[in-house]
Design a protein around this ligand. Sequence first.
Ligand code: PMP
Length: 366
Amino acid sequence: RPDPAALTLADLPLRADLRGTEPYGAPQLPVAVALNTNENPYPPSPRLAEALGRNVADVAAGLNRYPDRDATRLRADLARYLGHGLDTASVWAANGSNEVLQQLLQAFGGPGRRALGFEPSYSMYPVISRVTATEWVGAERGPDFGLTPEAAAAAVERHRPDIVFLTSPNNPTGTALPLEVIAAVAETAPGMVVVDEAYAEFRREDTPSALSLLADHPRLVVTRTMSKAFALAGARVGYLAAHPAVVDALQLVRLPYHLSSVTQVVAGTALEFGDELLGQVKQLREERDALVAWLRGQGYTVADSDANFVLFGDFPDRSAAWRGLLEHGVLVREVGPPGKLRVTVGTPEEMSAFRTALLQVRAEHR
Ligand code: PMP
């Protein structure tokens, strides 16, 4: 018998398709300036923190009971926030939009089914596809990470996916999709079309949300998160808007009581502070635009950004640049096409530290 103390993952009867894979996640390093996971740099204000504490205390007194399994009140609040005539029945919530994406793949993907996305894009799509035994197909984007209605529809025709992921604004490029692209895909796709709008609130004025297309496309889904604009990454709240029949489908795969009472009340409280939180989003958008202009002024190639991060380059050795920034206390993300780095928009102080560090790294590598 093998020594139990020496047992490793390789000794376990793991699913064959998970063998050799690695857990996904950006490094969580203790640095002064963490600009690597597209978080909102502003913690809850004292007023919001106080309200959160009070409301969580109320819920704490009833934690012997399971939560509202349907998260009815939170879904109503989210529907009101989204507008577009949406109601409780057309909104669904889960632990981060990652869980929403997983539930979508559980319900509409699975063995023998295929998901399609346009790369470079959010790296969790292939991971969640694999975990749900869904085949993943990555199609290419055009110049400047753009997509035309014709190219997007042609990829859908070619691959006939059960689920298409359109990410707008896209991670890691920051680029948003015109509504015509989303409409073209929705008209061509044989299955579900998921528009991941995790960064929706950071869009520039002239890039509309796919929410306006929902009424005409019953197989269209728009996913959102409270992790970014609502500065609530630690609470894990994501949600979607879709036809109520789509919400019915997700009820078949969700775990009972998946969203804790604490999570539900925390999310509802943050929504009550929407004006305050969205005011900070406006500041972040301005900081983002200034960052793009500064990087371009320094001679970097920068993708247009409608998000709270910026993809820039080109570095002959991006790993060396990444390490150089880290040595100056600034953590960014080594992600996207070769030669690029992604930096999240932080506070003015953090962006100033980033700019100083980048110039120092550049001088050191001359
Ligand atoms: N979609 C995209 C495009 C993202 O970038 C992220 C987070 N990085 C998510 C979904 C998931 O976010 P969360 O689970 O925190 O809602």
